[in-house]
Design a protein around this ligand. Structure first.
Ligand code: 5AD
Length: 360
């Protein structure tokens, strides 16, 4: 582990940066993060093909558009053949990784996911990242043994009271008969991060920026946690209210609460780079959604070194509506390989070679 590189920032300093408004000072933060990025992970931008495999979800997270109970979206689950086909396509684009992301969908059974992982591994040289929510340690173990390399599970906020408010327990869905066979996972999300790491996955986590009720102080804690958890991957994006959720129209106001804007998100990206110098950090889709023209570029210039182009078949993409107007919904999309390459050319960066492991 590259702890020797770990940035030394205390909470007061992190908080001061989060609250900083002076443009010249912020320029120095962007430069600092970019220099650390160049020195540690270099100019390669790793491309991870993002495949949204299912929008079924047992959860009722108050921020998320695919929460159970949202009747306004059509539910879909990709077939194993469709997933393997999309993975082959990702490999043909030169991407090093495929990310299988979905709602907390227990219709994606342990054995089924295991089989999909095996098939992709047998047919391609791709790294496989799973992002399927809070699953049981036993399942995570089987998927790891089948060849899955990485797992993404954002902790969303380290403010436990806020987290509990926006992320009700699975019991509610069970009581409503929306989850059939599985007993609720009694390992908390926080504990799962350690389970995932101990199973030998590369561990990715992260937060939303500007969750209703999120304080600047808690966001400073989140950033320190990125360092303490020694995350391999850190994903952060602005909160975007979804009309079919309890947080529809919720906007933070007042001096204590985090604003969900591009600049604040970039500050978190930059500080994440400084506290975890060799982590893989994407310029996220949410950042590219709140600023369609510049969001991703700004992320890449301010600490990020990864893009996750959406490779979900277009017929499903509309329905993976975790927040509205997600980027890359209409063909030709900003996520076409050519368009992504153009962006990299413009900012003098090069596509990653190989799987883009942390430190590799
Ligand atoms: N706005 C921004 N990000 C969201 N996510 C879910 N819903 C929203 C939203 N409304 C993020 C969460 C989750 C990731 C897959 O998407 O952080 O972990």
């Amino acid at each position: 582990m590259a702890n020797a590189f770990s940035g030394q920032l205390d909470k007061a300093t992190v908080l001061a940066w989060l609250l900083e408004k002076d443009a010249a000072k912020l320029q120095s933060l962007w430069r600092w993060a970019d220099e650390v990025r160049a020195k540690t992970v270099g100019d390669q931008v790793h491309l991870r093909g993002l495949l949204e495999v299912s929008n079924y979800c047992a959860r009722q997270c108050s921020y998320c558009g695919i929460r159970t109970g949202n009747k306004s979206i059509a539910r879909y689950r990709m077939t194993a053949d469709e997933i393997v086909q999309a993975a082959r396509q990702a490999a043909s684009f030169g991407y090093g990784t495929v990310v299988l992301q979905g709602g907390e969908d227990f219709g994606l059974t342990t054995a089924w996911v295991e089989d999909v992982v095996r098939r992709i591994k047998a047919e391609t040289d791709l790294a496989i990242t799973l992002s399927l929510g809070e699953r049981f340690p036993k399942e995570l173990e089987r998927w790891r043994k089948a060849g899955a390399d990485r797992y993404l599970l954002r902790f969303e906020t380290s403010d436990q009271r806020l987290f509990d408010r926006i992320h009700p327990p699975l019991k509610a869905a069970l009581a409503a008969g929306q989850v059939e066979s599985n007993a609720p996972n009694n390992v908390s999300r926080w504990e799962l991060l350690t389970v995932i790491r101990d199973l030998g996955y590369e561990l990715g986590s992260g937060v939303m920026v500007g969750i209703p009720g999120q304080t600047w102080e808690s966001l400073a804690d989140d950033i320190l946690w990125f360092g303490k958890l020694d995350l391999d991957m850190i994903g952060v994006g602005p909160f975007i209210p979804h009309p079919e959720t309890p947080l529809a129209g919720a906007v933070n106001s007042g001096p204590d609460l985090v604003t969900a804007d591009v600049e604040t998100t970039c500050k978190v990206v930059a500080l994440a780079r400084i506290v975890r110098p060799d982590a893989n950090i994407p310029a996220t889709t949410a950042l590219g959604t709140v600023d369609r023209v510049n969001g991703r570029e700004l992320g890449l210039r301010r600490g990020a070194n990864v893009i996750m182009p959406n490779i979900t078949p277009l017929k499903y993409r509309q329905a993976y509506e975790i927040y509205p107007d997600k980027a890359a919904l209409n063909a030709p999309t900003e996520d076409e390989p050519d368009t992504v390459m153009e962006l990299l050319n413009q900012i003098d960066r090069v596509p990653g070679v190989g799987q883009g492991k942390r430190g590799g």
